[in-house]
Design a binder for this molecule. Structure first.
Ligand SMILES: Cc1cc2nc3c(=O)[nH]c(=O)nc-3n(C[C@H](O)[C@H](O)[C@H](O)COP(=O)(O)O)c2cc1C
Ligand code: SF4
Length: 518
């Protein structure tokens, strides 16, 4: 009898040795004369357990992790192919608390299916949303997405249905769906994980977006740092084309939709939608002034939907289960689920999909398990490099767009980076300015010049040069950048800087020095 095992092919698992573990299992199985078949799945999102090996025993999957190549012989000795006891055994995968407590709608199949098997995809309700969309008028698809309350997961939280409606109503011989898979935010990996672990869900979401708006061509724009996601997406597109999911007649509907992957070199600003369009057109990745909105005049001046990977990958379940099903999850105007990415100095880092509304403290302390270093949590940066630093005092903030905005923060792409009490927040504020200076596209003065000046002012504070005056200057500079920048790179860099200064003033008053910094 052949025993089926799952060893992730996800980049995080690969970085931790998943390929070597898979090879070691194959070698050991041959040496012992047992038949195994290894499926290379996506990650379950529990990074501290990677590489997580799962063995199919009866109707269950039994998890072992983190497995190193050296552990493989002892796993065989322990009878892991029958689910035998071993120090690395975690029991049934679905019962691991980190997984069990999640609400996986967008990531429902990630880690469960063979990413490139369309049969697997169908077996787990794949393509049902697209089949339903084919029977609907474009306006009705748009209404379903609008009614679901889905808001863009790329950062700004703009209602997806309204964006689609604008493109549907825009005149244009050609329209495009552009998927923003640049994923430049620090501590984020949801886009990559879904592209590697369940690429068909993104293809299905984009095809539905095409049917809803009249677009017949889609592009996934991602970065060269994502070679595994590029390979998985490209291979899945090939399969989808071969099986008639993509092409001149989507699932035999007579309506066309096709797509391609495009790879950028990896510049943070190329995640900004208009810089992305320039890059996609082969131009330098510089931000365009708005209006015109991309929905009116986007790629090659045609009406264009630009959505984040997770926004698009959340559409199939909405069409499949209905707007009301999706909208029932969440709080306030933040509807549905959100894949929270927990990273940094944290015990249980990984991807946790849940309805909006959990408090930041629950996420960091209970789900994340506190710091990996075992020291107290000092600060948490939420929403990438442009997100605010939250102190413990704000840990009661619910994960909700409006609640975070009310505390001068943002959810962004839902990345959380945890820091212990050894972090120096003045250093982090300086880093935010330095990051902006390096990544600025240079189009507008507040960002291009302001960020460089910001680094200098932070250095002056650190050197004890007229600290009070320089703190005021830093706040003034932030104000200018916030209100004077053309895009959110310059406009939101003040969030990490000001939050660091507001919540951790003690780090901004180093011992005074007499000499002036040059
Ligand atoms: C500097 C900068 C970087 C951005 N990077 C990304 C990114 O990597 N991925 C993304 O989806 N959105 C990113 N955005 C937001 C996009 O401009 C845009 O709002 C988003 O792709 C729209 O999709 P959504 O409505 O589905 O969120 C970035 C914005 C800025 C200002
Ligand atoms: S804020 Fe910065 S990145 Fe944005 S347009 Fe201005 S210079 Fe470019």
């Amino acid at each position: 009898m052949t025993v089926k095992l799952y060893v992730p092919k996800d980049a995080a698992a690969l970085a931790l040795g998943a390929d070597r573990v898979a090879a070691a299992i194959e070698r050991e199985a041959i040496a012992r004369g047992v038949a195994v078949s290894i499926v290379r799945n996506g990650s379950r999102g529990m990074h501290w357990l990677e590489p997580l090996v799962e063995v199919v025993v009866g109707h269950e999957r039994i998890a072992y992790g983190p497995v190193r190549p050296d552990d493989v012989a002892s796993l065989f000795d322990a009878g892991f192919l029958e689910g035998g006891a071993h120090p690395l055994c975690r029991g049934a995968t679905k019962d691991i608390p980190f997984l069990k407590q999640q609400t996986r709608l967008t990531f429902a199949r990630c880690g469960i299916v063979d990413p490139l098997s369309l049969d697997d995809y169908r077996r787990f309700r794949g393509l049902t949303g697209l089949e339903k969309a084919i029977e609907m008028a474009p306006g009705d698809i748009v209404r379903e997405v609008t009614d679901s309350g889905l808001r863009g997961r790329g950062g700004a939280g703009f209602p997806t249905g309204i964006k689609w409606k604008t493109v549907l109503e825009a005149a244009g011989e050609r329209k495009y769906i552009v998927c923003n898979a640049d994923e430049g935010d620090s501590g984020t990996f949801a886009d990559r994980m879904i592209m590697e672990g369940d690429p068909f869900v993104l293809i299905e979401g984009m095809a539905i977006a095409g049917l809803a708006t009249g677009a017949t061509m889609g592009f996934i724009y991602t970065r060269s740092e994502y070679p595994h996601a590029i390979a998985a997406m490209s291979a899945a597109i090939e399969v989808a084309r071969r099986e008639g999911v993509l092409g001149p007649s989507v699932l035999g509907s007579g309506r066309a939709f096709d797509m391609e992957v495009r790879v950028g070199a990896g510049a943070y600003v190329c995640g900004e939608e208009t810089a992305l369009l320039n890059s996609l057109e082969g131009k330098r990745g510089v931000v365009r002034a708005k209006p015109p909105l991309p929905a009116h005049k986007g790629l090659f001046d045609c009406p264009t939907v630009i959505n984040n990977v997770i926004s698009l990958a959340s559409v199939p379940v909405i069409l499949d289960r209905g707007a009301a099903f999706y909208r029932d999850f969440g709080m306030g105007r933040s509807r549905g689920t959100i894949p929270i990415q927990i990273a940094g100095n944290v015990k249980h880092g990984g991807l946790y999909e849940t309805a909006f509304g959990l408090s930041l403290g629950e996420i960091v302390d209970h789900i994340g398990g506190g710091t990996a270093s075992g020291r107290p949590v000092k600060a948490v940066q939420v929403g990438g490099p442009l997100g605010a630093y939250f102190p413990r005092a704000l840990f009661d903030t619910p994960f909700d767009y409006e609640a975070f905005a009310a505390k001068d923060g943002l959810i962004g792409h839902a990345g959380i980076v945890v820091f212990d009490d050894t972090v120096d927040m003045l250093h982090q504020a300086r880093f935010a300015m330095e990051f902006c200076a390096i990544e600025s596209c240079g189009k507008c003065t507040p960002c291009r010049i302001g960020s460089t000046r910001g680094v200098e002012v932070a250095d002056n504070i650190a050197h004890g040069v007229e600290p009070e005056k320089n703190r005021e200057l830093l706040a003034d500079l932030c104000n200018t950048m916030k209100f004077g920048s053309l895009c959110a790179l310059g406009g939101f860099t003040p969030y990490p800087v000001m939050s660091a200064m507001t919540h951790f003033p003690e780090d901004f008053t180093p011992a005074p020095r007499v000499e002036a910094a040059e």
